[in-house]
Design a protein around this ligand. Sequence first.
Ligand SMILES: [Zn+2]
Length: 116
Amino acid sequence: MSKIIKDHPGVYRFRCPGCDSFHIYYTNEENAAHGYQGGQWQFNGDFENPTFSPSLLNRWGKEADPNWHDSDVINTKAPKGGWSGRCHLFVRNGKIEYCEDCTHDLAGKTVDMIEI
Ligand SMILES: [Zn+2]
C-alpha cells in the first residue's frame, strides 16, 4: 500500500477522490529516460508523503474541446460528474489540495491521499 504507484520510470499514478479515478504525473525522470527535454513535473521521491510540482490540471469533454458532444460517446458509462469536467490540484506532503476551479465536489478542499 502506498499513496502513489510507479507505473514506469518517472510515471506515477494516484487515486483522485474528486474524480473517482486515477491521475498520472509524468516527471522529468521519465523524460530523461526517453532522451527528450521539456519535463513537466518534479517529484520529491517520497511514496508516503509525496509532493509534486507544479500543479496538475486535467480537463475532459467540453472543458478540453469546445466541439465535444456527449452524444458522440457510445457504449461507455459517463465518469463521475459527467462527460465534461476539470480537476486542478496540487499534491503536497501526502495531501491533495484541490483548486477552486475544479468542477467536482472537492473544489477548494484539501484531503488525505488514498492508499492504493
Ligand atoms: Zn481528479
